[in-house]
Design a protein around this ligand. Sequence first.
Ligand code: DMJ
Length: 487
Amino acid sequence: MLKDFDGRLRQFERRQVLQGLGAVGGGALLCGRALPVRATAFPDSRGGPGDPQIAKEISTEFLHAWDCYKKYAFGYDQVKPRSGKPDHFFFPKQNQSIGLSIIEALDTLYVMGLDSELKICLDWIYANLTFNINADFNVFEGIIRVLGGLLAGYLAIRDQRLLQLAKDFGDRVMPIFTKSPTGLPYSAVNLATGAVSKPDSILAAIGTNILEFGMLSQLTGDPSYYNAAKRALRETYNRRSSLDLLGGSVNVETGQWTSGTDSGPNPVTDSFYEYVYGAYALFGDQECLGWYRTLNNAMNKYLVENYNGLVWYKTVNFQTGAVLNRNQSELASFYAELVAASGNLNLGAAYYQSWTKVLQSYPVLPESIDYTTLKPIAAGNAFRPEYVNSSFDLYWQTGNNFYAQTAYQYFVGMRDNARLPEGYTILTDVTTKPMQQGDLFPAYGFAENFKYLYLIFARTPRFNTQSFYLSTEGKILCGLRPGQPAA
Ligand code: DMJ
């Protein structure tokens, strides 16, 4: 019965996409790129049936982190595991939280089959979550974490209350687009009054919203969310240089670039390209695919370089292509999977190999390196998920067990160094022995690291390994199967 109901719902959603989103052409995917169906099983046991024992190890560690949050900070945004204190992520000045870790964890709890924990979270959300908060709100983080979390939660359990909260949140954030003279979004909005602020927006903030806003359009039948997000991408694309490169930030009121630095997949751009391509992968938007191809080709021409046998993305002036630095942020390591998914498996595999080489020296990657020496520039690690994000996607794209093995290596590095008697933590220095531990568990740890790892090794009827799409925050926007039993 549940299956039939889900089938009808999906049909309904498809109609909404095709009718509601004018931008999406006929024959569009309902969601996610279809992965190639493999004729044969993977060469070893990790491919076909997965590895339930490793999956169990991973969910056990997830629970180790989760129990600490529950004990010391439930209902707050994050936990400080060493001091046993809560942490406010969005509204520290107001001393206020919105239960961010709970929102971030919803679909992870679902795919891991942790149903009693999921129920506790849902009860908390229905009783407590409100967005009527009179304070400036960081929209980049808010959209990928809060809106994405509520949507993924809804896609997992199909409770309308989650969708209503997502819509309420989306409506409160919409002024970032509608109040902007250029259509490029402001970086902050007051959730209670709709007042916008911070007009100098970095590329990540301008372009990391079409997946969540598009899904909101798809689920509500209101195309305005998707159209606003797409306009921002178009406005950015139209401001590219004659080399087809982009600067780093724009004043959304004047429309002028405020930084002419193109750092490729590194900050301040990072997930921008992921979302230009994602609009095609998730919604079948061919125009966005064309934009991605143009921009990515230019990066291949002016940014990609082979240095001492490893592939990296240098940072350049977007108008001249002149090299500005050869730093590489760990945040960019997700780009290995994206460049592979979009058609260049050789480059994606090579970029992953570059980061794997660094992982051999530092079992937890430093925040950033100078790739001419492979030495850290910033020696901490904020419990970063980007490398294992690539492991996960490359594993499912290729069926190559190398990606499962290196993901496991990443897991061991994390467990050996970031684990506390209670919970997990960020690291302040990965170059010392033992590594220096900080005192924070970022909420995205419940959305990303453990989920990517788990979904490499687990096989659960709740997740469709043949067709899925995860956002930059690890939210499963396609591929969840509601109403299924746990693994
Ligand atoms: C997460 O919020 C997301 O992965 C985002 O895209 C980049 N930064 C963090 C994790 O490092």
